[in-house]
Design a protein around this ligand. Sequence first.
Ligand code: KIV
Ligand code: ZN
Length: 508
Amino acid sequence: MSQLVKIFDTTLRDGEQSPGATMNVAEKVRIAEQLEKLNVDIIEAGFPISSEGDFEAVRAVSRAIKRSQVAALSRTNPKDIDRAWEAVKGAKYPCLHTFISTSDIHLKHQLKISRQEVVRIAAQSVARAKRYTPDVEFSAMDATRTDVEFLIAVCEAAIRAGATTINIPDTVGYAIPSEFGKLIRTLKQRVKGVEKVTLSVHCHNDLGLAVANSLAAIQNGARQVECTINGIGERAGNTSLEEVVMALRTRPDLFQFNMRLGPRHLYATSRLVSKITGMVVQPNKAIVGANAFAHQSGIHQDGILKEKLTYEIMTPESVGIPKTSLVLGKLSGRHAFKERLKDLGYRLNDMDLQRAFDRFKQLADKKRDIYDEDVESIVVEEIIRIPRRYKLVYLNVIAGNVTVPTATVQMEVDGKLIQEAGFGDGPVDATFKTIKKITRTRSKLLQFAINAITSGTEAQGEVTVRLEEKGQTVIGQGADTDVIVASAKAYINALNKIEFKKQKLVGM
Ligand code: KIV
Ligand code: ZN
């Protein structure tokens, strides 16, 4: 049995299926570059048939990535497979990933086809994909609710047709570790030809068991884990990459496997994905949460001061959590700023570097200490994120306890300057109502949250808003030392995401 466990990252595909986590092409390329830096084995870049945007993103990621494999997802019909190949063919190591449901529940209620037809379609789709590339992954969707004898038959058909990876998804997060481990062991023992392929698992977290199920699968013969950064993904999300990786590394007594992936950039990657998707990492999240290495109780602090081993099973440095996040100030120069960006994993061209540095100087005038989070906000919010239809130019708000809150907003809409003023129940309400007037949008505000991302009264406020329009929800984020400006940026960011979503043609 091979002792290498491959890490297949699907942040850009299943991760993007998290409500509101839509990413544009530049954002996807940026995340893919970071995943390559982590040494992820395979990056699933998207589902090309689902939209023009996804097609473009897979194409751009395929061109940008040189060391990791790039996979494109497709259903089993020929048009899907051809489109996926068209998008991924520029990759140095391309892979086609095709899937069909195998459970009776899906066959009866969704696909309305027989088991025999599924076997035939699975084989045909793998054979078609195989005409394009030697690396073909086949997934039996809803495998954990599939009759085992039938699952074996489908896997054998896919292998005979040339699949090189067989993926067993727990699509609805239904499995329990002991049961899932047994299923993987059964497939490893009974599927003819399984020794020629990589057995992979793809677990969802509906019962909070995705990581546990993935580990049980590895102990029983799986050699590829599909996962996402911060565990984002459809519904309750997918297996969290950082958790599964650190479990494998922290318990070599139980898991004697190799991985290409190094954990040093896990924290930076988690931050980047959180910033770009707008999906906040809960403070108690394992490995990358703000409290993951914070010791609060006196007994624990006493132990840590005497010997870290007492209460720490891994060091924060091993996952790239900086010892101190205090980095720069008003007197810091361009060189120090550039070095800090490099440490945080950002490489900018000269023009973007100058723009980021100018913004940093403006911020340093308002705020004494500039933390890593501040630097990241500048880069992600203002440099990487391409401004689209709507752009904030000017905001002036009058508020207080004896005046009607009033906002004057100037925006660029499709390159045209528009200015409006409006009232509201508070300064944020007045700002949002005025932006709505300017953009003539109809979205509904579902959620509004402010979070101080650095400390002190001059902290950067990070605002997250969730908007809904015609059943589509998006999350927008904005950061600024002024929380009203941060709110306006978050609102406009969300409106731009809605515009981006409108360009999507087919949902998954
Ligand atoms: O959850 C699932 O079954 C999937 C497949 C497309 C692999 O995401
Ligand atoms: Zn999935």
